[in-house]
Every structure is written in structure tokens, then in C-alpha cells.
Ligand binder design. Structure first.
Ligand SMILES: [Zn+2]
Length: 302
């Protein structure tokens, strides 16, 4: 009911509406401005930009253009960051801003569909609940348990808020996490992030990860050679259509006990923050590319 009232006021008073300020908050938006995940974004009209390239969407090999695109090049992902990461409860996700590395530049990516360099700005997560899965992109009809987003800004633009105004402003890497009973590998970077979660249960709480890591330690041995890529949007308000998505379909295994820490995180109102993913959006005939170098595998399979 309050949501309805909010929308009526919004339409009556368009002149007093100001877009959310972003600063370096790379996960965008603000849970204070009245939106939540109760309807997975179906009720974000007025707080969310609309258009023909919204995210997330369903991804599948069968509906993709299979192409030998360049692989993603990870610049400075193996360089140690120059200070410890701080995990922050934003009320709608947990988020970390990425500092410079010890050699003075931030980690960056190029390759795939990207033209030029995209500088890493932040990392945040989308998750489900004890009984549901919470990744945003559905891959081959499957929703994974958790989706990690590494948000990058086009180096042509000065900051995230500026980059959000351009169709080539932002590049996000989508990394799937899958709850696995007995994972056979340990991901030291992710482990540190998840170990800090009990310290950021409350809205606005902050926790510093011990020591310093490389951004690459969040990925471990993830297979980054195969990926989906397409032009889309932020998945939280203001839903800016500024994002080139690169989504890796091979998941990182994570023990149940680690994933369960996400379900303890609380939202702005002190309720459990669960299922913080946006509903699937219309594809509108957008091309989705699946990157592989070995096209012959696919011809042989058909
Ligand atoms: Zn996200």
C-alpha cells in the first residue's frame, strides 16, 4: 500500500524526483529510496529506467551466437591490492569498493565485446534463501545459488556516475557460485569475504577483511575461457542501460556453511535480506554471444 502511494506521489511530483547519487557505490541505487526485492523489481516502475536492453536475461547456448571472441584479459588481477577490502552492508547487498593495487593502478579488464579498458570499482553479491536459489542470470534454464558481480568502469569516463550515462560505460563480470556438499578446492579470497559476513549483519555495518588480497583470488581457478556476453543494464535502480555483461557459466563451488552466512544478512528494516535478485527481463531480439575458440566442437555436436 505504501508502495502504491509512493508511485502516485512520484507521478504527481516528477519535478522533485532526483536520480540516486552514485558516488563510488558501484552496486548503484539506495535501499533508502523505497525499493526492495519483494516483487523482484516488478514494482520498480518510476525508480528504474526502462528500455529495450534491461538485465538480467535468460542465457542459453541454443539461443546464442557462438563466436571466437577474444578472451577476457585480466589486468593487475594478480597484483595485491594496496589496502584491506572493506565489506559493507548496503541494505540490498553486501559490497566492497576496489582500491588500487600496490603498483598504483586498479585491476582492469579488456577483451570479449569490450572496446578498451574497464577499471574494477566494486564487488557485490546476489543470493537466495535456505530454500531458494538467488543468482540473477538463468543459464540453460538453471538458476545457481549465488551470483557475484565485479563492476568495472570504462576508463574513458572519470567515475561510475559519469559512466552510467553512456551505453559503453560499465562492464560487469557475472560469476556463479554453487553450493557443493564437499568442495574439492578452496578459494582464499572468497573465503575471507564470507568469513567477514557475520560482522556486517546490520544495515550500514562495515567489516575489514584481514590482510590484503588480489582481485584474482576471488576467481581462483574459474574457467574464464567460455562466457556469455551481451548489452544490458544494471539490475538494481536506476537500472541504467550502460552495462556490457560477461557471464561465466562454470560455477565456483562453495560449502553450504559459507552460503548460509549470506542468509543472516539484514536489510534496511532489520528483516532477513533474501532473494535479492531481479526478475528476468525481455531480451527484445538482442544478440547474445557465447565465446568459445573451438567452434568445431559445436559443429560436431549438432
Ligand atoms: Zn549486481
Amino acid at each position: 500500500m505504501y508502495a502504491n502511494l509512493f508511485h502516485k506521489l512520484f507521478f504527481l511530483l516528477p519535478l522533485v524526483y532526483h536520480p540516486t547519487k552514485h558516488g563510488i557505490d558501484t552496486s548503484s541505487g539506495s535501499a533508502n529510496s523505497g525499493w526492495n526485492f519483494d516483487e523482484h523489481g516488478l514494482d520498480w516502475e518510476g525508480t528504474c529506467m526502462t528500455g529495450r536492453r534491461q538485465s538480467p536475461i535468460r542465457l542459453s547456448i541454443d539461443s546464442s551466437l557462438i563466436m571466437p571472441l577474444p578472451r577476457i584479459f585480466f589486468g593487475n588481477y594478480d597484483e595485491r591490492l594496496n589496502r584491506p577490502l572493506t565489506l559493507v552492508n548496503k541494505g540490498y547487498t553486501v559490497d566492497m569498493a576496489i582500491p588500487e593495487t600496490r603498483i598504483g593502478q586498479k585491476p582492469f579488464i579488456t577483451g570479449g565485446l569490450l572496446k578498451g579498458k574497464y577499471v574494477a570499482e566494486g564487488v557485490h553479491f546476489h543470493w537466495g534463501s535456505p530454500t531458494t536459489r538467488g543468482a540473477e542470470h538463468i543459464i540453460n534454464k538453471r538458476r545457481f545459488d549465488i551470483e557475484m558481480h565485479i563492476v568495472h568502469r570504462n576508463a574513458h569516463y572519470n567515475n561510475i556516475s559519469e559512466a552510467l550515462n553512456y551505453p559503453d560505460g560499465i562492464a560487469v563480470l557475472g560469476i556463479m557460485l554453487k553450493i557443493t556438499r564437499t568442495p574439492d578446492r578452496i578459494y582464499p579470497g572468497l573465503r575471507k569475504v564470507f568469513a567477514e559476513l557475520p560482522n556486517v549483519i546490520e544495515y550500514h555495518a562495515e567489516g575489514e577483511l584481514p590482510g590484503t588480497i588480489t582481485l584474482g583470488q576471488l576467481l581462483g581457478d574459474l574457467n574464464t575461457r567460455n562466457f556469455y556476453t551481451y548489452k544490458g543494464s544494471l539490475t538494481t535502480p536506476d537500472c541504467n542501460e550502460a552495462v556490457t555483461w560477461t557471464v561465466f557459466p562454470q560455477p565456483i563451488p562453495i560449502p553450504y556453511s559459507e552460503a548460509a552466512k549470506l542468509w543472516q544478512v539484514l536489510d534496511v528494516n532489520g528483516n532477513p535480506l533474501e532473494n535479492n535478485y531481479r526478475a528476468q527481463q525481455r531480451r527484445n531480439n538482442r544478440p547474445v554471444f557465447y565465446r568459445t575458440i573451438n567452434l568445431s566442437n559445436y559443429y560436431l555436436r549438432k
